[in-house]
Design a protein around this ligand. Structure first.
Ligand SMILES: [Zn+2]
Length: 134
């Protein structure tokens, strides 16, 4: 118990970057605010890398930012100003929910359909976790 508390305190005081097992091979979104719009230049490339459908990530972003979006030759164009920090956090929360295994935290997952319910299937540990609807 005491030891656990100590660990918690230790990890709790470290900057987020060193404790998260996330974002090792996944590139950051390369975005830029242009006037009243925000362009994510490597959107399609990053989505391809994480093995998810563009439409799925797109829907998540649209819902979370309440913005209207378009995809144009691999770029995501968002209506409104969204700075890299904010988009990075948004993308991280997408990864956490829809890419990283809810059990072991590894990104070796795919989305499978289980009787109409979308589940996250981990190829590393075999866990199957239900996903939120976007
Ligand atoms: Zn797993």
């Amino acid at each position: 118990m005491e030891y656990e508390k100590m660990l918690n305190r230790l990890y709790g005081s470290l900057p987020e970057k060193t404790t998260s097992k996330e974002r090792f091979e996944i590139p950051r979104l390369d975005s830029r605010v242009q006037g009243k719009k925000t362009m994510v230049n490597n959107f399609s490339a990053v989505v391809k890398l994480i093995g998810r459908e563009e439409k799925h990530v797109y829907k998540y972003f649209a819902k979370e930012t309440a913005s209207s979006l378009t995809i144009e030759s691999g770029k995501l164009i968002m209506n409104g100003k969204f700075y890299p920090d904010m988009l990075g956090k948004l993308f991280d929360s997408y990864l956490k929910e829809f890419v990283y295994c809810h059990e072991c935290g590894k990104p070796d997952t795919k989305i499978v359909d289980n009787q109409g319910i979308k589940m996250l299937k981990c190829t590393a540990c075999g866990a199957l976790s239900p996903l939120k609807k976007i």
